[in-house]
Design a protein around this ligand. Structure first.
Ligand code: PEP
Ligand code: MN
Length: 337
């Protein structure tokens, strides 16, 4: 349930309602908008009497929330959440493009890619150090050495970095190097990891599981939010269907749907969403047109030599062309790039 306070409600009245809710054993989430305050009720306390709450001073009305996600819900938090990291804002008018290799392979590879994507307008560098590979014989990532290279290239280019963490015990280590912690599709429902990430002091990029519903994605976000980390960015990266021509089927309707259901920023990964570099540019334009707050795109200076995901990686020149082709689309939907 949420309690919508009157525009004229005083802070003493808000405190009274909060105390009443807490007495029942529930927790309170306050959303102080420009016009009015909304009090969200979370947890399994003793049932609260709606009519009694509505009789309290300053209360305009109560609304039952039937959906299982609360903190992630737009009902609880009507304003868009804007996540800021090192001067980059995600979820505002300006679109954010994160780009870089699937995996960090070497200092030269990472620096060359970072310089190129920055020049083209990307403002966050991506790169995996711990890679969740289907085969145990595939390149697993450089591990901590990869994190050190990401930090070194951040120093050299000024780009904040996003990188995946797969193991809850590695969250403190990855947090010392990364600006944004990525939860990969395969780990979207790893609840121990979500708990650890929820306690980390870093923004999180939460990717939709390849077999997960929108509601499961929002419940995974709810785990992170309920452990105290409110800087969650959602990512649509395609789901598994019967279609073999693409690696995944990018669910474009997830973008406006997530924006309607939640206040969290939503970005799209057209690289994993399609698995084919030739599809990355048109699908990126579709994502922006559908209202995405940004994109995360794989770029490699020599995709044919990439240790992972070469088939979906753009060469730097193609990435620059993509950025140019996105600008008019961004403008058409009232965004800047
Ligand atoms: C990645 O970003 O390189 C990655 C492994 O993505 P996903 O978890 O979406 O498959
Ligand atoms: Mn990849």
């Amino acid at each position: 349930m949420i309690v919508i306070m009157k525009q004229s409600a005083t802070s003493a009245q808000i405190a009274n309602v909060t105390a009443r809710i807490e007495q029942s054993g529930c927790r309170v989430h306050l959303s102080e908008g420009e016009e009015r305050t909304i009090i969200g009720i979370i947890g399994n306390g003793r049932p609260l009497d709606r009519e009694q709450l509505e009789r309290m001073d300053g209360v305009e009305r109560t609304v039952p929330i039937l959906r299982p996600f609360k903190l992630a819900s737009r009902d609880f938090h009507p304003q868009d959440t804007v996540v800021t990291i090192n001067g980059v804002t995600i979820g505002g008018k300006q679109l954010v493009v994160m780009a870089g290799p699937c995996a960090v392979e070497s200092h030269d590879q990472l620096l060359e890619t970072a310089r190129a994507v920055k020049e083209a307008g990307a403002c966050v560098l991506r790169g995996g150090a711990f890679k969740p590979r289907t085969s145990p014989y595939s390149f697993q990532g450089l591990g901590e050495e990869g994190l050190r290279l990401l930090a070194a290239v951040r120093e050299e280019t000024g780009l904040p970095v996003v990188t995946e963490v797969m193991d809850p015990h590695k969250v403190p280590l990855v947090t010392t190097y990364a600006d944004i912690l990525q939860v990969g599709a395969r780990n979207m429902q790893n609840y121990t990891l979500l708990h650890a990430i929820g306690e980390a002091q870093r923004p999180v990029l939460l990717k939709r599981g390849m077999m997960s519903t929108i509601e499961e994605l929002l419940m995974a976000a709810e785990y992170i939010l309920s452990h105290g980390n409110d800087r969650v960015i959602l990512c649509e990266r395609g789901i598994r269907t019967f279609e073999p021509y693409t690696r995944n089927t990018l669910d474009i309707s997830a973008v406006p749907l997530l924006k309607q259901l939640s206040h969290l920023p939503v970005i799209v990964d057209p690289s994993h969403g399609t698995g084919k570099w030739r599809l990355v540019e048109p699908v990126s334009r579709a994502a922006v047109a559908a209202g995405a707050d940004g994109l995360i795109i794989e770029v490699h200076p020599h995709p044919e030599e990439a240790l992972s995901d070469g088939a979906q990686s753009l060469k730097p020149a193609r990435f620059a062309a993509l950025m140019r082709s996105l600008r008019p689309v961004a403008e058409a939907v009232g965004r800047t790039l």
